[in-house]
Design a protein. Structure first.
Ligand code: HEM
Length: 592
């Protein structure tokens, strides 16, 4: 008796006689067919067969992990296998082609899934798993359910903080994911020759649209990044100064108008409006007018809802992209951007904006990007540029208003560099604004807009790699969460958790021990690191310096009466970029 026949036809139990007229129905299970003189001991055999099938599936899916493209087929396979097994088993044993009894089907299903799940769970917590030596909570090693729950609530950043506090610099944060917060490993994860962006990044592209810079890797990324680097060169930034300036003046006017009509002003909202207006000028030369008209297209709530969905889906890269089928997933920005792209093509901008460089209007590239590719990157400009910078500015406002001594020192610096009547948007004086630069840096350290950033992946076909003393097999997702680095006293000390802009003022030469700060700049990752670090970091810094200078020269800010400012950081959530609740302030015009 060969093994296959043994599996499908049980021969171990003697049979009762069977009447041939019994041709089907569930009763056939109770009165089994006397086929070739054999009696199928199904209660035992079907469990054995289904169990082995479950194990085989684990092996199969372990080796060939399903992707979103074959997700439907994989699910169908898992759903049908126990049914087919029970049908085949019954048919082989009875000799008749007919439906198996429901008890048999039930046994096949329960055993199949139980063994499949048990085998997966045991493997994931066993010493045989390649990440077995990486510490982490057992529930996180077994499934993604627990981490997903935190991601769903926007608590990924605080989760990673607490996991690293408990388990050290390398933590297993999901069955096949680790988080590394060791400065010596930053190069191996994010540097050139490090790891490419992980599977999750596919969610950051427009559904069935072309790639944008954020979703690209390797040579195509390097080629596209060349265009971006031109768009962010010193000359290009000079071109953008007047665009920032005109929008910054609009912001001042809008806040002025608010002073006369409202007691408390939501700074978060006005910074959002400003940054969306400005970045859409730069991306498409079209421009929203949120500061004048409000968010008529509901773009901000739309963006945040979209990012929430994108982030959850990004943790499940094998699920098909359902964004197009769910109306609330579709960002209102896409249709607007399409119109703007067409418009921008018909009416070339008078200024060299970001589109000019991305479209290669100067004709410097052998292969020009397509209109769809430029459109995708222009949308990225608005999203990556507006949300992050607005977030950083909101964090800076909150930190300054909650540290009046820092606020005062900053205002004094601005008053000296830009005395009343002088132009606070004169970029040539930025090198003198040392305290402002330090405040911005410190705000980015304590509240980085992308506190977890995105995971990198050990490439398939690489044979695995070693990082931070651990061997990581192909496909492992590797996080390097900026905020965990920033709040590590080994990298930034003393007063690691406090807002101390002075730490960036090179205080080492001071004799006063209190003021000798240790800053490991390699551990400063607010703009990430390596070939895919933030393309717009210099623009972001310049924009923030300009906006803060004009606002602090023009107004006095304080938290509005009754605003529970201390609770503000607790209410931050993260869906790649941090979503910030309102900051209610009271504003008065300064009479210098
Ligand atoms: C304070 C403001 C900003 C912060 C904190 C910030 C942060 C970051 C981070 C952490 C990344 C890496 C993301 C990853 O690895 O997945 C990134 C990438 C990027 N950022 Fe920014 N960003 C800011 C402003 C801007 C601005 C103003 C622009 C201009 C459009 C911009 C454009 C980009 C682009 C295009 C990328 C993708 C780079 C690549 O993949 O090569 N960012 N940013």
């Amino acid at each position: 008796m060969d093994f296959f026949r043994f599996l499908f036809i049980s021969q171990v139990v003697p049979v009762r006689e069977f009447s041939p007229e019994d041709q089907g129905g569930d009763d056939s299970y109770k009165k089994p067919v006397n086929y070739r003189g054999l009696y199928p001991s199904f209660p035992i055999m079907i469990h054995l067969q289904a169990g082995l099938l479950g194990l085989a599936n684990h092996l199969l899916f372990h080796k060939y992990e399903p992707t979103d493209a074959i997700f439907g087929q994989a699910i169908l396979l898992l759903l049908l296998e126990p049914l087919v097994l029970s049908f085949m088993s019954w048919t082989y044993s009875t000799g008749f082609v007919r439906l198996p009894p429901h008890q048999l089907v039930f046994s096949a299903y329960t055993t199949f899934y139980a063994i499949l799940m048990t085998s997966i769970v045991l493997y994931r917590v066993s010493p045989f798993h390649p990440l077995a030596k990486v510490p982490g909570p057992i529930s996180f090693k077994i499934t993604k359910f627990a981490p997903l729950w935190y991601h769903w609530q926007g608590q990924q950043s605080s989760l990673f903080m607490s996991l690293h506090a408990q388990y050290g610099p390398v933590v297993r944060v999901a069955p096949n994911e680790i988080s590394v917060a060791d400065v010596d490993a930053v190069g191996a994860v994010l540097g050139s020759g490090g790891l490419p962006k992980g599977a999750a990044y596919i969610r950051f592209r427009v559904v069935s649209g072309p790639e944008n810079l954020v979703t690209m890797n390797g040579d195509p990324h390097a080629a596209r990044r060349r265009l971006w680097n031109r768009a962010m060169s010193t000359d290009a930034l000079q071109e953008y100064e007047s665009i920032v300036a005109s929008r910054a003046h609009e912001l001042v006017d809008a806040l002025d108008a608010q002073i006369s009509t409202k007691g408390a002003v939501d700074m978060t909202q006005w910074l959002n409006f400003f940054s969306f207006d400005f970045m859409s000028d730069l991306g498409f030369a079209a421009g929203f007018n949120m500061m004048k008209e409000g968010d008529v297209h509901k773009l901000w709530p739309g963006l945040h809802l979209h990012m929430r969905g994108v982030c959850i889906l990004s943790h499940l890269p094998w699920i098909p992209d359902i964004r197009n089928r769910l109306p609330w997933f579709t960002m209102p920005l896409w249709p607007i951007a399409r119109k703007w792209s067409a418009n921008r093509l018909r009416n070339p901008s008078q200024k060299k904006d970001i589109w000019y460089h991305l479209m290669d209007e100067a004709g410097l590239e052998k292969v020009k990007p397509s209109l769809a590719e430029v459109g995708a990157d222009a949308v990225l400009t608005v999203i990556a540029g507006a949300d992050t910078t607005s977030c950083a500015l909101a964090a800076l406002f909150w930190l300054l208003l909650s540290h009046p001594e820092c606020y005062k020192r900053l205002q004094q610096e601005i008053d000296v560099i830009y005395p009343s009547g002088s132009d606070p948007l004169d970029v040539s004086k930025h090198s003198q604004l040392r305290y402002l630069a330090a405040c911005i840096q410190e705000a980015l350290r304590l509240l980085p807009p992308a506190p977890v950033s995105g995971a990198r992946e050990v490439p398939h076909g690489s044979g695995g790699t070693e990082i931070a003393g651990h061997f990581l097999p192909e496909g492992t997702q590797v996080w390097a969460p900026p905020k965990v680095f920033h709040l590590n006293p080994s990298y930034f000390s003393p007063r690691t958790d406090e807002f101390v802009p002075e730490r960036w003022l090179n205080s080492k030469k001071d004799d006063d021990e209190e003021n000798v700060f240790k800053n490991d700049t390699n551990a400063f990752l607010a703009f990430s690191y390596g070939p895919a670090n933030c393309a717009g970091r210099n623009l972001a810094r310049q924009e923030m310096m300009m906006v803060m200078s004009i606002l602090l020269q023009t107004f006095d800010f304080r938290f509005a009466d009754g605003f529970d400012w201390e609770k503000w950081p607790e209410r931050l959530t993260t869906f790649f970029v941090t979503i910030r609740p309102p900051i209610e302030v009271s504003i008065t015009r300064r009479g210098l």
